[in-house]
Ligand binder design. Structure first.
Ligand SMILES: Nc1nc2c(ncn2[C@@H]2O[C@H](COP(=O)(O)OP(=O)(O)OP(=O)(O)O)[C@@H](O)[C@H]2O)c(=O)[nH]1
Length: 578
């Protein structure tokens, strides 16, 4: 029961509502943030990568061009006399190499047959190498300065970049080839690219699109590896056919990477900056943790707000409910609840008060209906019984007397039968009206049956019968007045049984005695009254008398067989039972 009440509580529902809001907003935040991070932030990272890749490409281009220009200039400066003097030529090479060591593996001179004849520094196996098998050889003989393709040095077995420039004799004809080689990872060349890292797991590559080869890389193991086959990484495929820029591609393991591509000036090489997408944006798990923590804090704040709001805003509602509960349990009387403010609670309280007022009105209507006759509006048997109790008590206290006049109309049925019930109702109302005028204000006139009335007269002085008799005669006279009906005048009579008491008798017995006396009045010819004899429980001795329906009272007739029985049996009902 308590659990059910807890579940139905507004407070519980408010808290659940708050939790619902927190969870749903956290989920929405997670999805929107993830979208933001994956698109917006990765775009930012990609742009940054493009900038770095471009910078690196410019730098590599500068270093390559620097070496090309140096070699070109040097080739024009070779003294023609040294071309046939290897020892002098080597000495010349030494001087220039030591002066500006741009080629880490040194310089060499090859004759027009493509055979290396001089090198500095001397490197085992370099001399006597033939260049004829290199595709760039013929281009040099055609007069071009060539930046060769990176290759594994036949002499040192390390990745190197060869460059060659034609050397001309005094006649201007090509008489040899001046070359220089540098290791790719030599200090001051591509070493900075090899060492460079992009975040914890990203890096750079220098690739040759024509040979689909990785020339240099932050990952030394991948240097001189072939690029993944076409179709593995569509972004890379686009870059190999001319696209420069950035986007999300794949590595050879199928992991999403943000990649940026930049061309190296003076070469066909491309610098590629790669960063796994997961490293570029905070991981989803980390974000979930942040959002969960935020949601918990938000939930806590909302819970506190709801508790305070509940305590503050609902306090009047709770107070009103407590008061209403107490009224329901009967601990306090039904009364309007206080309306403090005209908000929703005030509205509800006013509605409750309105309902209460209607309830009270209905209650008093029911009360009235329970105690009154619907047709005449006179008190009914129940109210008569209450009034009798009160009257008896007062008579006993004040040493006065009461009289009960039991009136039964004579000849009423024919009116009903001939003129109808509606006319009969009008007659009953008219008679009630007339009897009401006869009775004093302190008396009680009740309708106790179809055409039966009881008049309770109180505060009678001794001898009780005197006042009673006059009252009965007034009643007989009032009833016998002609009735002006739609179908002509009619006249009714009334038979009255009277019981008097000084306050020391039983109400039921008194009524029964009056009822029986009324029977005797009927039996004696109607239109008269009979006063019950003593013996009804109050010890009061009375005369027994009657009257005719004439306006002027006739001598009273004693009731045969008096004193009347009844009144002595306690608990006998009020209903006379005709
Ligand atoms: N119109 C109307 N008639 C009623 C009402 N209650 C009872 N009656 C009728 O009143 C009549 C009472 O019958 P009786 O007491 O025998 O009528 P009566 O002609 O006065 O006869 P006695 O009392 O013997 O003199 C019956 O016909 C009932 O149907 C009522 O509320 N309205």
């Amino acid at each position: 029961m308590k659990i059910r009440r807890f579940g139905n509580s507004l407070f519980t529902r408010l808290v659940l509502f708050g939790i619902g809001i927190v969870i749903s907003t956290a989920i929405l935040r997670f999805y929107f943030l993830r979208d933001f991070l994956e698109t917006e932030q990765s775009a930012v990272v990609a742009r940054q990568q493009s900038i770095i890749a471009s910078y690196l490409a410019q730098d590599i281009g500068y270093r390559t061009e620097e070496r090309r220009h140096f070699l070109e200039r040097l080739a024009t400066q070779v003294p023609p006399g040294l071309l046939n003097d290897p020892a002098a030529l080597r000495e010349w090479l030494r001087e220039h190499q030591e002066l500006q060591p741009l080629f880490a593996q040194g310089l060499f001179f090859a004759n027009t047959d493509g055979v290396i004849v001089v090198d500095y520094p001397t490197m085992n196996g370099r001399r006597a190498i033939s260049l004829t098998s290199y595709p760039d050889y013929t281009r040099v003989l055609d007069g071009a300065t060539v930046i060769g393709d990176p290759l594994l040095s036949p002499a040192s077995a390390r990745p190197i970049l060869p460059m060659m420039a034609p050397v001309r004799n005094a006649e201007g004809r090509i008489s040899g080839i001046l070359g220089g080689t540098t290791e790719l990872n030599a200090t001051g060349f591509l070493d900075h690219l090899q060492r460079a890292q992009l975040g914890p797991s990203g890096g750079f590559m220098l690739i040759s699109p024509s040979r689909r080869l990785i020339i240099a890389s932050s990952n030394p193991a991948s240097v001189f590896n072939s690029l993944p086959p076409t179709g593995t990484d569509l972004l890379l495929d686009r870059a190999l056919t001319g696209f420069r820029g950035n986007g999300v591609g794949r590595d050879q393991h199928g992991v999403d990477e943000i990649k940026a591509f930049a061309s190296v000036p003076g070469t066909d090489w491309i610098v590629v900056a790669c960063l796994p997408l997961a490293a570029a944006v905070p991981t989803a798990a980390h974000m979930r943790e942040l959002i969960t923590r935020g949601a918990m804090m938000q939930g806590g704040v909302i819970f506190v707000i709801i508790v305070l709001a509940y305590l503050w805003f609902f306090r009047r509602l709770r107070r009103a409910a407590d008061l209403a509960d107490k009224m329901t349990r009967g601990e306090i009387p039904l009364s309007p609840l206080p309306v403090v403010r005209r908000d929703e609670v005030g509205h509800l309280t006013m509605a409750f008060n309105g309902l209460l007022a209607r309830l009270k009105m209905h209650q008093s209507e029911l009360q009235h209906q329970a105690h009154h006759d619907v047709l005449t509006g006179l008190p009914n048997r129940i109210m008569l019984a209450e009034r009798m109790q009160q009257a008896l008590a007062r008579a006993g206290r004040e040493n006065t007397g009461i009289a009960l006049l039991y009136l039964d109309l004579d000849g009423f049925k024919p009116i009903n039968d001939t003129l109808g019930h509606q006319a009969g109702d009008l007659v009953l109302k008219e008679i009630a009206q007339r009897l009401r005028q006869v009775a004093r204000h302190s008396d009680t006139l009740a309708r106790v049956g179809g055409d039966e009335f009881v008049l309770l007269a109180t505060d009678l002085g001794q001898p009780l019968e005197n006042g009673t008799r006059a009252l009965a005669e007034k009643c007989i006279k009032a009833v016998s007045e002609p009735l002006r009906l739609a179908h002509g005048d009619r006249q009714l009579g009334v038979s009255i049984g009277i019981a008097v008491c000084d306050g020391r008798c039983d109400a039921d017995a008194l009524l029964q005695a009056a009822d029986k006396a009324m029977y005797h009045a009927k039996a004696q010819g109607r239109g008269r009254y009979v006063i019950a004899a003593n013996g009804i429980g109050c010890g009061h001795s009375s005369i027994v008398a009657g009257a005719t329906t004439e306006a002027a009272p006739q001598p009273h007739h004693p009731l045969p067989g008096s004193p009347l029985p009844g009144g002595t049996s306690p608990g006998s009902g009020l209903s006379p039972g005709h």
